[in-house]
Design a protein around this ligand. Sequence first.
Ligand code: NAD
Length: 355
Amino acid sequence: MQHKRILVTGGAGFIGSAVTRHLIGNLGANVLVIDKLTYAGNLASLATVARSPSFGFIQADICDEKAMAEAITEFCPDAIMHLAAESHVDRSIDGPSAFIETNIVGTFRLLEAATTYWRGLDQARQKAFRFHHISTDEVFGALGENGKFTHESAYDPRSPYSASKAGSDHLVRAWHHTHGLPVLITNCSNNYGPYHFPEKLVPLMILKGLAGEALPIYGDGSNVRDWLHVEDHARALALVVERGLPGETYLIGGNAEETNLRVVETICDLLDRHAPHPAGHSRRDQISFVSDRPGHDFRYAIDASKIRDDLGWEPSESFATGMEATVLWYLNNRDWWQSIQSGNYRGERLGLNLG
Ligand code: NAD
């Protein structure tokens, strides 16, 4: 990836910033981040690479095809890694319209701009170009107690979020089959790690746990997700864009299935160890069970054998080591999350479908 030119949409978000830090910091690539800076985008997540001559940033909306065309033509990327999205299931229940606009229409506009650019490249660069669409395992719907999603699983999205991501996956595949655009698609399980906006389960529970607040668990906490550390995901994405075969789909997962209750209990125990409560009580006493999320999928699990066998990728963090590193990161980087908490988001419950 040394000196490769990579355009990253959504690069100020949780996963996009991890990808950008990895591409510049570890692989020596040149990165242009395009991000609208919605509530979820935060340039402070890029502070470690922001002064690098290999880093560039444009604030723009992926739905603005003219702005996308200009940015792409000017930067001349070898690859586009597309992570910009509305990403929070609960918000998609309260307000789906931004999800349709950004995830479906925005992906369409970006595909149009990318295809025009790609057609204008010389043959060698055309062949080497990649459009990498980053998606989620949630497009495959819910699993029962057994089985795993594979790259051949049928699409069966259940939430406005997952339906909008499924729509964008289909568009990307259609641009490959119809126009020959060399695309790659990855579908990944739940990520956790540093710089995660505190509306998502893991950071929300760390910060509420630290503040001594109730730790709300949807339903009985038995829903199962596969958990992957975001830096392992970033390494996987860089490998796919470098070595993946055009037209292929790769599933990425952490081999770490855990119930939501177990995730929260693990966080409680780590907080008790690294930041004991002043009165000595156990954080587990703060757990409270609340009404379930409407349409809450029971279980997701990933068969990641294809990316392991074809590209040699495996997660380096286990659930235990990754979760401990994450709790320590939040304890040691209070400035990052306190500046978010002093803005609009106050850790309130979203997605109750109250009309
Ligand atoms: P995030 O919400 O943290 O970041 C999204 C970024 O996109 C933000 O910086 C935001 O400002 C930007 N953005 C939103 N709308 C935009 C628009 N119209 N134009 C330009 N920029 C815009 O999300 P994330 O968790 O980093 O997820 C990144 C991608 O990975 C998403 O496509 C998501 O579907 C996918 N994904 C996420 C997970 C996960 O566990 N978080 C798992 C699998 C896949």
